[in-house]
Design a protein around this ligand. Structure first.
Ligand SMILES: [Fe+2]
Ligand SMILES: [Fe+2]
Length: 190
């Protein structure tokens, strides 16, 4: 079966390659921190991103969506550049920008779920929800690390993430696959 939705196929291609950039970035991030607990946690997040990439690839293969060579090359350089920068920009910024990016990514998989559902495909609801939940957990982890940093108020003002999330999911209030359609409502509709 082919997907008759170019927005969805493009989202899949972008997500597949962006997960690689994220995994590369976390290699540098894990390598640059000294604290053993932080290193372990970031290493696990890198593994999560590789897992996401393989889940997205399964979907692409199922619907014969080709991998974009351009996205692959672009994200290779983005990931490697961020990875290298982690060694020179200090402790705070890699945590802050990782959390900021994760926050923006949470709704991506919810958006994909909705686009699949619009094509009457519900078979991937669970896996897309799980990936979205994982990105939310990543966001929460990064925020917890930096929430009492003296730098945070300044970065919150300039880069608009911190005490305000870029998504409307609150894990403490609950987030389940059944109610994913009430989340991220206007996300991606610009
Ligand atoms: Fe991911
Ligand atoms: Fe993530």
């Amino acid at each position: 079966m082919l997907l008759n939705d170019t927005v969805l196929t493009n989202l899949l291609k972008q997500a597949y390659s962006a997960e690689k950039a994220a995994a590369f970035a976390y290699q540098g991030h894990a390598g640059s921190v000294k604290n053993v607990e932080e290193k372990k946690a970031i290493k696990q997040i890198e593994i999560d991103e590789w897992n996401h990439r393989s889940e997205v690839l399964k979907l692409m293969n199922q619907y014969q969506v080709p991998v974009s060579k351009w996205y692959e090359i672009k994200n290779y350089f983005i990931g490697k550049a961020i990875s290298a920068s982690c060694y020179v920009i200090g402790w705070f910024m890699p945590f802050y920008f990782a959390g900021n990016l994760e926050s923006g990514n949470v709704c991506e998989y919810i958006r994909m779920k909705r686009l699949f559902n619009a094509l009457n495909i519900a078979a991937h609801d669970e896996v897309l929800f799980e990936m979205s939940l994982k990105e939310k957990e990543h966001e929460v982890y990064f925020y917890q690390q930096i929430k009492s940093s003296k730098w945070l108020p300044f970065f919150e003002k300039v880069f608009a993430w911190g005490n305000k999330s870029k998504n409307d999911i609150d894990l403490e209030e609950g987030f389940s696959v059944e109610n994913t359609n009430t989340y991220c409502e206007h996300y991606g509709e610009k």
